[in-house]
Design a binder for this molecule. Structure first.
Ligand code: NOJ
Length: 531
């Protein structure tokens, strides 16, 4: 590892950064073809600078047939023409840099598209490239039944070869074999290509799946997982100043500590999912705020000084925060509530496009659905359930909820495009949009802006330890302490007005209500600070 990297890593300078996630297909369409693009992002850099974020995580923009919206990469070295050109991308890096904003690329290397040259060569019988993937014969497949995460069998038969290949996601997403050293070297070469272009970080797609244990039918957390990540670090991003984050649905606190080991040997931080999927069922719609408190407490305490977590409720795979944990009737209040709860903890906050203006889920019909995962789910579930049951799940959980176009203003298609977008715009764009949010100084946007700024000004937000305060089921409360300072957050989790005996030390520092009153109103959330 080079000296600069070590110095930077020792200071862990990413600790006060805030990342904004962009889903380019749905962010801004500059050429009015109904699909967002890189020039669209460039055009909105002023907006992102105003919000104050440090880095942009851009979900995949590489050449792709887009069966899974770009998470099926056909060429790691090219930009998909629908998103623009490599010149556009270089310009994005440059223009963002002028604003002190770094670009984080999304690396999808557990699998490639079946349109990738490697896979095409494998299909033509090239042994070298067959070994890039997981091709197995019938006997092996029968002994190792594996289900795809997107539903159905994870093994796909190829008649010409009389073999099956593994796809943990869609059948157009073939798993790479990381136990093949040549595959790993190809990945490191590709990472260095992007690093040399000036990208400042990577988000690693389903990285917990790169080491598999077929005997145990286990597709994640295999025995070589951390060894491969360490090797990747040494041979690529560990030699640059970067912010790296691994997407790890199966991580517990022990794995999380390894992934984000402060010795800098793996990633800067990790996305853990226990607070998202505490039921382990993707389509479970109920939520449990008591469990949620316990999960946050566990990760906050166990990683303190031993690792570094990310803080997020939303991304392109998850329903909108306000629709899931808040209440649409109290959109601004609950939006502020959950933003304050999340951003006042230790870790690096990630904001997903539209979260900062309080975008919500929408009521999908079958025809309007676009997401391969939801469509597969629908096709399976409808065999045994009523239409209304299945559509209720889709409306509450489907990834399409996160993927509706960004709502910029109240003009047609929410100002995202002048043409009919690839996915329907949420009808509430006339009410919920950036233009309106910017005009109202009390809007949710300014709460996010303030929270981002505070992370840079108040060390306690970054460095403070964490203890839950037990104020009963109706409240979420915690205390952080640092060098004699104390930050206390108290949040009423209910719609009812509540009286509270507890008196927090310090000044009222921030609230999601304008005027202070004694009782806690619906979802009222306060932050107290004593210095
Ligand atoms: C996780 C990504 O976030 C998701 O969008 C994608 O479908 C899968 N990985 C497969 O790449």
């Amino acid at each position: 590892m080079n000296a600069d990297y070590i110095k930077w890593r020792d200071n862990m300078s990413f600790k006060n950064k805030v990342v904004y996630q962009i889903y380019p297909m749905s962010f801004m369409d500059s050429n009015n073809d109904g699909m967002g693009d890189i020039r669209g992002i460039i055009g909105k850099l002023d907006y992102l600078e105003n919000l104050g974020v440090d880095m942009l995580w851009i979900t995949p923009v590489y050449s792709s047939p887009k069966f899974d919206n770009g998470y099926d990469i056909a060429d790691y070295y090219n930009i998909d023409p629908q998103f623009g050109t490599m010149e556009d991308f270089d310009e994005l890096i440059e223009k963002a840099k002028e604003k002190n904003i770094g670009i984080i690329m999304d690396i999808v290397a557990n699998h490639t598209s079946t349109h990738h040259d490697w896979f095409k060569k494998a299909l033509l019988g090239d042994k070298k490239y067959q070994d890039f993937y997981v091709f197995r014969d019938k006997a092996f497949v029968e002994k190792h039944p594996i289900n795809s995460i997107f539903g159905g069998d994870a093994w796909e038969y190829v008649e010409e070869l009389n073999l099956y290949y593994l796809h943990n996601f869609d059948k157009t997403q073939a798993d790479l074999d990381w136990d093949n050293e040549e595959v790993r070297e190809e990945v490191y070469k590709m990472l260095n290509f992007w690093l040399n272009k000036g990208v400042k970080g990577f988000r690693f797609d389903v990285i917990d799946m790169i080491s598999k244990e077929f005997d145990k039918l286990s597709m994640s957390n295999g025995p070589k997982l951390h060894e491969y990540i360490k090797e990747m670090n040494k041979k690529s991003f560990g030699n640059f100043e970067t912010l790296t984050v691994g997407e790890t649905w199966s991580a517990d606190t022990e794995h999380a500590k390894l992934y984000s080991n402060p010795d800098g040997s793996e990633f800067s931080m990790v996305f853990t999912f226990e607070h998202i999927m505490y039921t382990m069922n993707k389509w479970e719609t109920t939520i449990d705020k008591q469990k949620l408190k316990g999960i946050f407490e566990k990760y906050q305490k166990e990683l303190f000084g031993k690792g570094w977590n990310s803080l997020f409720f939303n991304n392109h795979d998850l329903p909108r925060l306000i629709s899931r944990y808040g209440e649409e009737e109290y959109r601004e209040i609950t939006g502020k509530q959950w933003a304050m709860i999340l951003h006042s903890m230790a870790g690096t906050p990630f904001i997903y496009q539209g979260e900062e203006i309080g975008m919500t889920n929408r009521a999908w019909t079958r025809e309007e659905m676009r997401d391969v995962e939801a469509i597969n789910y629908y096709n399976e579930a409808i065999k045994t359930h009523e239409e209304s049951y299945v559509m209720d799940k889709v409306r509450k959980i489907s990834r399409d909820n996160a993927r509706t176009p960004m709502q910029w203003d109240d003009s047609d298609y929410g100002g995202f495009s002048k043409e009919n977008p690839w996915i329907i715009v949420n009808e509430n764009y006339k009410d919920i949009n950036v233009k309106k949010a910017l005009e109202d100084k009390d809007s949710l946007f300014y709460t996010y802006k303030k929270l981002i700024k505070l992370r840079k000004e108040e060390e306690i937000l970054v460095e403070g330890d964490f203890n839950l305060i037990d104020l009963g089921e109706d409240f979420f409360a915690y205390k952080r302490t640092y060098k004699g300072q104390e930050l206390i957050l108290v949040s009423n989790l209910t719609k009812e007005e509540k009286t509270l005996d507890f008196v927090a030390k310090g000044e009222l520092f921030m609230s999601n209500y304008e005027k202070e009153e004694k009782n806690y109103r619906s979802y009222e959330t306060r932050i107290y600070l004593s210095k």
